[in-house]
Design a binder for this molecule. Structure first.
Ligand SMILES: *[C@@H]1O[C@H](CO)[C@@H](O)[C@H](O)[C@H]1NC(C)=O
Ligand SMILES: [Zn+2]
Length: 400
């Protein structure tokens, strides 16, 4: 039996315990909020005197260096060809065909950027693209449908979507995580600061999800988020925190045949008719706005599914690339390479040497795996050995 005083002191102790726990909890919450606002203050208006290359650049249509003024024709014209979504046995041969034999004026092979999403991806084909020197970048694990999911995503969820994909690309496609530099959000749906805080946390250096219609002519060059961005926020919310040294590769929109803007080529509402000449001429027209203007990188952003929808899209696309590949100042290269150039921009030949092709071993293996959330069987081709269950959000290595 417990005595009265003993019981009372127990009650007091318990009350004290609850009190202190509450204090500790409040402190912890304050600390984590403090930590985030400490790390990222609100972005101020950009002061060119304070924001200088190699690691800072104000958002603007200005040339990479003021000295380039009057020498626009000597600025290398970059073309960034990017594909989003799963890499599979249908689009892989198309990717091979598109880049086949294209060599830049510096004798380095023309290369593209692949924003890969996990579901239905054949990781042995990702490995093949990677070892050929293409850039492997991130487009999320789930590619969940519905823009709300991405707009409302918090930093932790985004960290799982993109950090998880890095683990998968490393485990199944033998991609060195140090070579993964950038991301594109599904549906180009940003979630304000969160997208970029998550990107920094998983070690990325650039994002290429942010379209611009206002800064098309002259077009916007890549810039960093140290200071307030002047870019038009086409798909809100856009960030307003200062994220030092993080690069934005703006998606400079194209114009369709009726004057509407499109961020992705295959997203244009009024593309030309499905005819090789018409498609080719239209690509050239959009290209000339950059090439004959301020030479901001020309983005060709699309999904391989476009080639199934428009019969002449692939031949026209290939013809366009063959044509621009004859120009002595045009470089078809990856977004990561363009961001690298931005650190130390020069006139004429942009790079010293080519990107080294990574050496990896890949023995493709097809795995039939259970998707634990639904019980469905998913087939997945990987390099090396099969995971135990179908890898998914929160379980990138597919463990039981
Ligand atoms: C983004 O971060 C800045 C700086 O911490 C803050 O002032 C702003 O309110 C944040 N925006 C959102 C939508 O959370
Ligand atoms: Zn997508």
């Amino acid at each position: 039996m417990m005595s009265r005083t003993n019981r009372r002191s127990k009650v007091i102790l318990l009350t004290l315990a609850i009190f202190f726990t509450a204090i500790i909890t409040i402190n912890a919450a304050e600390e984590s909020e403090d930590r985030i606002s400490d790390e990222y203050s609100k972005a101020e208006y950009c002061d060119i005197a304070k924001c200088q290359l190699p690691n800072c650049r104000c958002s603007a249509q200005t040339l990479p260096k003021p000295e380039f003024q009057g020498h626009e024709k000597e600025i290398p014209q970059f073309i960034t060809v990017t594909f989003d979504d799963a890499v599979n046995i249908i689009n892989f041969p198309q990717y091979q065909q598109i880049f086949d034999g294209l060599v830049n004026p510096d004798h380095c092979p023309a290369r593209g950027t692949f924003f890969v999403s996990h579901e239905y991806t054949d990781y042995s084909k990702v490995n093949a693209l990677y070892t050929e020197g293409h850039e492997i970048a991130l487009h999320s694990v789930t590619h969940s449908s519905g823009t709300d999911y991405w707009r409302d995503a918090d930093v932790d969820l985004l960290e799982q979507e993109f950090g998880g994909l890095i683990d998968m690309l490393e485990a199944y496609a033998k991609v060195n995580r140090k070579h993964i530099r950038g991301m594109r959000l599904p549906f180009l749906q940003l979630s304000g600061n969160n997208s970029f805080i998550a990107a920094k946390r998983v070690g990325l250096i650039y994002d290429s999800s942010w379209p611009t219609q206002r800064f098309r002519n002259p077009a916007m060059w890549p810039y960093t988020l140290d200071y307030h961005s002047l870019q038009d926020c086409v798909i809100s919310p856009c960030p307003d925190a200062s994220l030092p040294g993080f690069w934005i590769n703006p998606m400079v929109t194209w114009v369709d045949t009726k004057g509407y803007s499109c961020s992705m080529i295959d997203g244009c509402i009024y593309p030309p008719e499905d005819n090789e000449d018409a498609l080719f001429e239209w690509m050239l027209e959009n290209f000339k706005r950059h090439y004959e203007g301020n030479r901001a990188p020309f983005g060709m952003y699309l999904h391989a599914a476009w080639f199934s929808r428009l019969h002449h899209a692939l031949p026209a696309f290939r013809r366009f690339l063959l044509h621009v590949n004859t120009l002595q100042d045009v470089y078809i290269t990856t977004v990561a390479r363009v961001v690298q150039y931005m650190h130390q921009p020069v006139l004429g030949t942009p790079f010293k040497g080519c990107v080294k092709k990574p050496k990896t071993e890949c023995t493709p293996r097809s795995c039939g795996l259970t998707k634990t959330s639904t019980g469905e069987i998913r087939y997945m081709t990987v390099c090396g050995s099969c995971p135990q269950v179908y890898p998914w959000l929160g379980n990138p290595l597919g463990k039981h």
